[in-house]
Design a protein around this ligand. Structure first.
Ligand code: TYD
Ligand code: MG
Length: 455
């Protein structure tokens, strides 16, 4: 039998392993991402994250205690909603985002609110000194009594301190700076990140202590040591938004204790992150009046309906091939919708550049936005404005049929609340809405009907 190697090569982007060094990762096709790391022992690699000792006996289902009441509030309602109603005991929550987006800020704010509620919080920082943290705290107006700060990068040391202090919440900022003595690779490498997360999970589950860990994301938007890490933790929260906008969206992309895709909307102010009470208002506030190419649709973000503005610009191409550029909307989906428009509406768009932008830097990835996107393109193409008090939503099929969407009533109600007077939606979703809301509700079956109704 061949001697098993003591080192392997691990892709720092996707976690793929190889026996020998390769220029390109066979998994994710990135170049120069394979790094030599020591092979972990079987004992370290195979461990249960459920908090029960290895080799324990099965438990009868009826005798298992349900943990439904074991949530504590983070003190920030908007953050609680993203978590699915508060912090679950023993949960491991990953907060990811690009540098400078506000991970440390929200972490410190949560620490403050929790201590104000009489809980003890431990804030472990591998990136900043006590003084830097205090400086930020003063900016945020934090006076937390029972908050402990620990600048530490050694995992075993920080776990020992945690066991002694017995806090109600541990914050670790960031996972990429922490290393375990059990693994020889550098902090931030896939093996380290995985090992650290694994040990934290074990600690959280066995002690019942919830833990928040922050993680930096790479340029393509994934957390370093990414997929493997996402599988280990209970909940993954991503910060969305960019430097050019003040608002930040925290989205749960995975949640073992609540709905995925739930979002919280915040605004970055001089004194930290402040929850936005009415996100629809925020996303519509800069909407141009009487301009063509602007349409309002109602998107569902988790369980919450939200009004967003879709903008489009259609202009004659300067180059041989027309461009389709999108921001906040899937480009392939846009190409498909344009093809449907050409075929079913007879609009000759193939020679034009088409740009689509979801205003406010938000991203939509549900088919219910199809009709809004088409309406925006048609509006720009014909240079006709859509009446400002009209909102649309609906999925568009390949034959130009308008298909019903989920949660139509919640969407319609949100539009009515924000003062919209007319709604264009799938015929199958229309039932009873007009009577309920007291605004004009037009049900459409085909794309032609919808366009005729819009202009
Ligand atoms: P930070 O939480 O340090 O980001 P991360 O931990 O994700 O890297 O966010 C820092 C940014 O937020 C920085 O650009 C300054 C800004 N900021 C404010 O605008 N107001 C504030 O009250 C604070 C604390 C930070
Ligand atoms: Mg930080």
């Amino acid at each position: 039998m061949a001697k098993s190697p003591s080192t392997i090569f691990v892709c720092q982007n996707c976690g793929e392993t190889a026996r020998k060094w390769l220029g390109q990762c066979p998994g994710c096709r990135e170049w120069n991402t394979l790094v030599e790391e020591r092979v972990r022992t079987a004992a370290a690699a195979s461990r249960s994250f459920t908090g029960r000792a290895a080799g324990s006996a099965p438990v009868a289902y009826p005798s298992i205690e349900s943990q439904d009441d074991a949530r504590t509030t983070s003190g920030i309602a908007e953050f609680d909603r993203v978590l699915g109603g508060g912090i679950v005991a023993g949960s491991l929550v990953l907060i990811g985002g690009t540098p400078g987006i506000g991970k440390s800020t929200i972490a410190l704010q949560i620490a403050d609110r929790m201590t104000a509620g009489g809980e003890r919080v431990l804030y472990v920082s591998g990136e900043e000194s006590e003084r830097q943290i205090k400086l930020r705290g003063e900016r945020l107006g934090i006076s937390a009594e029972d908050l402990y700060v620990l600048p530490e990068t050694n995992l075993e040391a920080l776990l020992a301190q945690t066991a002694e202090l017995r806090p109600a919440l541990v914050i670790i900022d960031s996972i990429q700076t922490i290393f375990s003595e059990r693994v020889e690779s550098a902090p931030g490498s896939v093996s380290q990140v995985r090992e650290v997360a694994g040990q934290l999970m074990l600690f959280a589950k066995s002690s019942g202590t919830p833990m928040f860990i922050t993680g930096h994301v790479t340029k393509d938007g994934s957390i370093a040591g990414p997929k493997t890490l996402e599988h280990i933790v209970d909940t993954v929260l991503y910060f969305e938004g960019d430097r050019h906008h003040n608002h930040r969206i925290i989205r749960a992309t995975k949640n073992r204790f609540g709905a995925a895709n739930e979002i919280g909307v915040f605004e970055m102010t001089g004194t930290g992150l402040v929850a936005v009470a009415n996100p629809s208002e925020l996303f519509l506030q800069e909407r141009p009046a009487g301009a063509s190419g602007s349409v309002v649709t109602v998107a569902m973000e988790g369980t919450r309906p939200m009004l967003v503005e879709i903008q489009s610009l259609v202009s004659g191409t300067k180059f041989g091939t027309a461009r389709r550029m999108t921001q906040g909307f899937d480009q392939n989906r846009a190409s498909l919708l344009i093809a449907v428009m050409e075929k079913r509406l007879g609009m000759q768009i193939s020679g034009d550049d088409v740009f689509i932008n979801i205003a406010g830097g938000i991203e939509i990835d549900e088919p219910a936005a199809d009709l809004g996107v088409i309406a925006a393109i048609a509006s720009s193409f014909r240079n006709l404005e859509v009446p400002p008090e009209t909102a649309v939503f609906g999925e568009v099929g390949l034959t130009g049929e308008i298909r019903g969407v989920l949660q139509a009533q919640a969407r319609a109600r949100e539009a009515q609340t924000l003062g919209f007077k007319k709604l264009i939606l799938p015929e199958s979703n229309k039932k009873g809405l007009e009577k309920l809301l007291g605004i004009r509700v037009v049900g459409v079956r085909t794309l032609e009907d919808a366009i005729a109704e819009l202009f």
